[in-house]
Design a protein. Sequence first.
Length: 90
Amino acid sequence: MANETRGQVEKILMELGKKIDHLIDETKDASTEVRDEIEKKIDDLKEKKEKLEEDFKKYKTDEKWHEARQHFVSAAQEMKRALEKLFSKA
């Protein structure tokens, strides 16, 4: 795997984690109804992020990484867009 691509994926995953943490902080002041809905979405995002991290760890040492890296990067970018949508509504 090219170091540049690995660095991009690691940066995206780190950014996702920070945005999830920020979103959690933002929900503390929300109403109970809104907070419950957002917490469900946060839990879903955390699960997806963890899955991406597991896949990344697996693929970065696997020969198949070259075949799968574009799909992985696309999935990470989609997660990033989902977080940005949540932030824009919060």
